[in-house]
Design a protein around this ligand. Structure first.
Ligand SMILES: C[S@@+](CC[C@H](N)C(=O)[O-])C[C@H]1O[C@@H](n2cnc3c(N)ncnc32)[C@H](O)[C@@H]1O
Length: 431
C-alpha cells in the first residue's frame, strides 16, 4: 500500500468528513501490518493536522482554483506532500515521486500533484512570506479560536498557540498500589528508558522520549498508566478518604477513576458514570488491567432523577465535557472540528451537570470541578456563576506549586510545567 495514499485517506476523513483523527486512524492503521509503516503514516497524519492552517494557506497560494468537494482525498494528498517537504526528513525528490505515485486511483490528478509540489520546491520562500502576512496561517489556528484565546488571555495567548502546536511529552502515572515512583523509575532505567519525576505531582514521570506502551515494563500487569500530569493532579485534589462514597461523573475512559482508586484503597464505594456506554467499557478494561474495581453506570449526569435513587456522595469529581482547548497538542483535530457555537452549548451543559451533581453531594462533602480547557467561560466564570446561585457552596482555595490562582479555581495554561491546559475548582457543601 502507498503510505502517502493511506495517510491522505485518513486525513480526508477528518478534513472533509469531520471524523476525529483518532477514529480515522483507528479505522485505517490496523490495515498496515508493519509497525514502522503505521508509525510513519501516523506521524504524517498528526503532522498535517497539527500544521493544517499554515499548510492550507500554502496550498491556496499554489492552486489556481480549489478542488471539488469529492476530491478531498487529493487535497489531503497535496497537504501530505507539502508537510513532508516542509517538516519531514524525507528527500524532496522521494517525497514528490512517492506522493505522485499515490494518485493512481485518480490519474487526472497526477500532473496536478506533481506540478504543485515542484512549484512549492521552486518558490518556497516567496510563498512562505505571503502566508506570513495571513494571521490564521501565521498563528496556525482558525481566526475565531485565536480571537477567543486572545480575549481570554491577552498576555498569554501567543504562548498558548505555540504550545498547542508542539507535540506533547509522554507522561506516566505510576500505580502506587503496586510500586513506588522511585522503584518504577529504577525499573525503567534498567531497561535503558530515561524519565524524570515531576516535582508537582507525586505519581508522575515524564519520559525523555515517547514510546509504545508495550515497551513500558509492567504495563500489562498494571504497574503504570499513560496520563498527562495535569490530569493526574485530580486524585490528590479530590483527596478522597477511607470510608468515602465517591462519584466520578463523566468518567470515561477512566484515567482519573483509576488514579483515585490507586491513591486511596479504603473507599466505601466508587461509582464511575458516563453517558457513553462504549467509552465506559474502557473504564472497566483499564481498571481490570490495573487490578482495581469500581461500579460503572451508563447514564446522563444531567438527569440524576433517572439513576441516583437518592444516593449521596462525600466526594464528587466532575470532569466536565468541555471544548478540549487545553489538549489541542494531543488532539490537534480540535482546531478543525470544533465550532465557535459549540462553546455556548458546552457552557450550558456544564452548568446543567454541575447543578445536578451538587444535589448528589452529601452535606460537608467536596466537589472537584475539572476541565481540560483554558477558556474562562468554561472555568472560572462557570464556577463564579455557580457560587452566585448557591449560598450553600463555599470555594476551597487550591494552594499549589502549579498553575495560576484565579478569582475562582486554579488554571494551568497549556505547556506550563510541560502540562496540558487544565482547570480545577474545589467546592465544599455546608453541613
Ligand atoms: C473529559 S471526558 C472525561 C475524561 C475522564 N474523566 C478521564 O479522566 O478519563 C468527558 C466525558 O464526559 C462524558 N459526557 C458528556 N456528556 C455527559 C453527560 N450528560 N452525562 C454523563 N457523561 C457525559 C463523555 O462521554 C466523556 O467521556
Amino acid at each position: 500500500m502507498n503510505l502517502r495514499g493511506c495517510a491522505a485517506q485518513i486525513l480526508s476523513r477528518v478534513i472533509s468528513d469531520g471524523h476525529s483523527l483518532t477514529a480515522a486512524l483507528d479505522s485505517q492503521l490496523p490495515k498496515l501490518k508493519d509497525h514502522q509503516d503505521r508509525a510513519f503514516v501516523q506521524a504524517m497524519c498528526y503532522g498535517v493536522i497539527r500544521h493544517y492552517f499554515a499548510l492550507d494557506c500554502l496550498l491556496g497560494q499554489l492552486m489556481e482554483k480549489s478542488l471539488k468537494a469529492k476530491d478531498g482525498d487529493i487535497k489531503a494528498l497535496l497537504l501530505v506532500g507539502l508537510y513532508q517537504l516542509q517538516h519531514m526528513r524525507v528527500k524532496p525528490h522521494a517525497a514528490v515521486s512517492e506522493t505522485v505515485a499515490a494518485t493512481k486511483h485518480k490519474p487526472w490528478s497526477k500532473g496536478l500533484v506533481n506540478a504543485v509540489l515542484r512549484r512549492y520546491l521552486r518558490d518556497a520562500e516567496t510563498l512562505g512570506a505571503k502566508c506570513a502576512s495571513d494571521r490564521q496561517a501565521e498563528l496556525n489556528h482558525p481566526h475565531w479560536l485565536i480571537k477567543q484565546l486572545q480575549t481570554n488571555w491577552p498576555d498569554h495567548y501567543r504562548h498558548i498557540l505555540t504550545a498547542n502546536d508542539l507535540p506533547p511529552p509522554m507522561a506516566l502515572r505510576v500505580n502506587v498500589r503496586q510500586n513506588s515512583r522511585e522503584d518504577y523509575l529504577q525499573l525503567l532505567n534498567l531497561q535503558g528508558i530515561s524519565a524524570q519525576p515531576v516535582a508537582q505531582c507525586p505519581t508522575a514521570l515524564i519520559l525523555d522520549e515517547a514510546l509504545n506502551v508495550d515497551q513500558l515494563p509492567g504495563f500489562s500487569e498494571g504497574r503504570v498508566s499513560v496520563q498527562d500530569v495535569a490530569a493526574q493532579l485530580a486524585a490528590g485534589l479530590l483527596d478522597a478518604q477511607a470510608g468515602d462514597r465517591v462519584l466520578d461523573i463523566c468518567a470515561a475512559p477512566g484515567g482519573k477513576t483509576a488514579a483515585i482508586l490507586e491513591r486511596q484503597s479504603g473507599l466505601q464505594s466508587l461509582l464511575a458514570l458516563d453517558i457513553d456506554a462504549n467509552r465506559l467499557q474502557r473504564v472497566s478494561d483499564n481498571l481490570q488491567r490495573l487490578h482495581l474495581r469500581a461500579d460503572t453506570l451508563a447514564a446522563d449526569a444531567a438527569d440524576p432523577q433517572s439513576w441516583a435513587a437518592g444516593r449521596q456522595f462525600e466526594r464528587i469529581l466532575l470532569d466536565a465535557p468541555c471544548s478540549g482547548f487545553g489538549v489541542i497538542r494531543r488532539h490537534p483535530d480540535i482546531k478543525l472540528l470544533r465550532r465557535e457555537s459549540d462553546i455556548a452549548a458546552l457552557q450550558a451543559l456544564q452548568a446543567k451537570i454541575l447543578e445536578a451533581s451538587w444535589e448528589l453531594l452529601a452535606p460537608g462533602g467536596t466537589l472537584l470541578y475539572a476541565t481540560c480547557s483554558v477558556l474562562k467561560q468554561e472555568n472560572e466564570q462557570q464556577i463564579g456563576d455557580f457560587l452566585n446561585r448557591h449560598p450553600d457552596a463555599t470555594e476551597l482555595t487550591i494552594e499549589a506549586a502549579w498553575g495560576m490562582l484565579r478569582p475562582h479555581g486554579r488554571q494551568i495554561l497549556t505547556g506550563d510545567l510541560q502540562m496540558d491546559g487544565f482547570y480545577y475548582a474545589k467546592l465544599g457543601k455546608a453541613v
